[in-house]
Design a protein around this ligand. Structure first.
Ligand code: GDP
Length: 441
């Protein structure tokens, strides 16, 4: 699991300091040092780590903190903010538009997970009401078209490729032209990766780009890339000028910090992370939420407490809660990562009932199936509090089929989702009262 150990170490360092009786400059310095070491060991670029340490130190200026100030909160917030800055490029990725042909081109080294991610992304857009398709412009690797074809067929995504044409530029152009004529909205072009950066590969990428004029170019980076990430992503940026990054294999044992350094090296946002080989194993990436999860603040109560401690304004707080509800899927994913399920199920109200009296392994499987179900729903369906399913029960059959589960399981998830939404509404009310009463901001 990418960066999970890092999260634990940072969390432990902050926890040790903020729970000790004496929060002095010496203890603060050793916390910063421990955070820095953990980041370097996770392959985050050394220069970035140095700048992060400096920023935390500047934000929490001990000499200027008065006696009445809550040092612990200031320290927590500084660490949280700086970690967010590390993974946030502060630039907006391209947002595909409905009713228009959006061409998305993928680049990256061979084996990074390009073809897999292309298919995951096509399915992701399909599930959100876009008409998506795939074009295989990899004529270099024998079997590339067959692999894409296999993935696309499984995901029920239309595809284009050629067994006879050897010019990738021609195949890419023909595929994109065909799908544009057929009014597809998301046309994803998979290009060939090589073993390393080669002039030939870069020239080919640029030619394909010129031919298909992508609205967005996405670079795929394997989480295990380590310290090479900076040089490689810069080389890709200079030639293909990608506008978004997907980090794959974050479920593996890789330290993962290298790939994260690519954000700073290229000032480009991470848009998704790959979390497994299954077509549904992909998560949208948002810096604040990712760091919250990294620091183990995945459960809703923890999230609310944390947001309160950050003293964000009310609007931001509500946004966090709304996002938390919408993404029950992420919440479940978090719980699965946190440890023995029997301990964790209690963290989400109603979940332990739903899980029944099953062992951890069976419970994990059940949770995974719940996530597949939620991934097969459109955003509108997820936001409708189950109403869309009451009005059109056939939606349940579609979701069950799409996620490889049963209608009964879909019903269970809908019930759970409704409970979460109700709980969030209650918490919203509670927080409002607290804020009006002066306990919050
Ligand atoms: P390409 O050469 O860049 O097109 O890479 P592929 O899409 O063929 O992926 C290479 C291998 O990585 C395959 O075995 C994929 O199943 C695997 N893979 C891709 N993404 C992920 C991921 O997020 N997690 C894991 N565990 N494996 C992945």
């Amino acid at each position: 699991m990418v960066l999970a150990d890092l999260g634990r170490r940072i969390n432990a360092a902050v926890h040790d300091l903020t729970h000790s009786n004496l929060v002095d400059e010496k203890a603060f310095d050793s916390m910063i040092k421990e955070i820095g070491n953990a980041l370097v060991e996770a392959d985050v670029n050394v220069k970035l780590v140095a700048s992060l340490r400096k920023s935390i130190r500047q934000t929490v200026n001990f000499k200027e903190l008065g006696p009445g100030v809550n040092k612990k909160r200031i320290i927590q917030k500084a660490v949280f903010d700086e970690l967010c800055r590390l993974v946030d490029s502060h630039s907006e990725p391209y947002k595909p538009k409905k009713g228009k042909a959006n061409v998305i081109m993928f680049v990256g080294l061979q084996g990074s997970g390009k073809t897999t991610t292309c298919t995951k992304l096509a399915r992701w857009y399909n599930a959100r009401g876009f008409k998506a398709c795939l074009v295989c412009a990899d004529t270099f690797r024998a079997g590339a078209f067959d692999q894409l074809k296999q993935n696309a067929t499984k995901a029920k995504v239309p595809y284009y490729g050629s067994y006879t044409e050897t010019d990738p530029v021609k195949v890419a152009k023909a595929g994109v032209d065909k799908f544009k004529k057929e009014r597809f909205e998301i046309i994803i072009v998979d290009t060939s990766g090589r073993h390393r950066q080669e002039a030939e590969l870069f020239a080919e990428m640029v030619q394909i780009q010129e031919a298909v004029q992508p609205d967005q170019t996405i670079m795929v980076l394997d989480a295990s890339i380590g310290q090479q990430a900076e040089a490689q992503s810069k080389a890709f940026k200079e030639s293909a000028d990608f506008g978004a990054i997907v980090i794959t294999k974050t479920d593996g044992n890789a330290a993962g910090g290298g790939a994260i350094s690519a954000v700073a090296a290229t000032k480009t946002p991470i848009v998704f992370i790959g979390t497994g080989e299954h077509i549904l194993d992909m998560e949208k990436f948002e810096p604040q939420r990712y760091i919250s999860k990294l620091l183990g603040m995945g459960d809703m109560q923890g999230l609310v407490e944390h947001v309160q401690s950050l003293k964000l304004d009310q609007k931001d707080t509500m946004k966090h809660i709304a996002e938390a509800v919408r993404d029950l899927r992420d919440q479940l994913n978090n719980i699965m990562k946190m440890g023995p399920l029997s301990k964790m199920a209690g963290m989400i109200p109603g979940l332990s009932n739903l899980m029944g009296d099953v062992g951890d392994e069976e419970g994990s499987m059940k949770l995974k199936r719940m996530m597949y179900i939620m991934d097969s729903m459109t955003t509108k369906e997820l936001d409708s509090d189950g109403k869309m399913f009451v009005q059109q029960p056939e939606r349940m059959t579609r979701v069950a089929r799409g996620s490889g589960t049963s209608v009964r399981e879909v019903e269970d998830v809908l019930t759970q989702h409704k409970m979460m939404a109700q709980m969030a509404k209650k918490m919203k009310g509670g927080m409002k009262a607290m804020q009006q009463g002066g306990m919050g901001r």
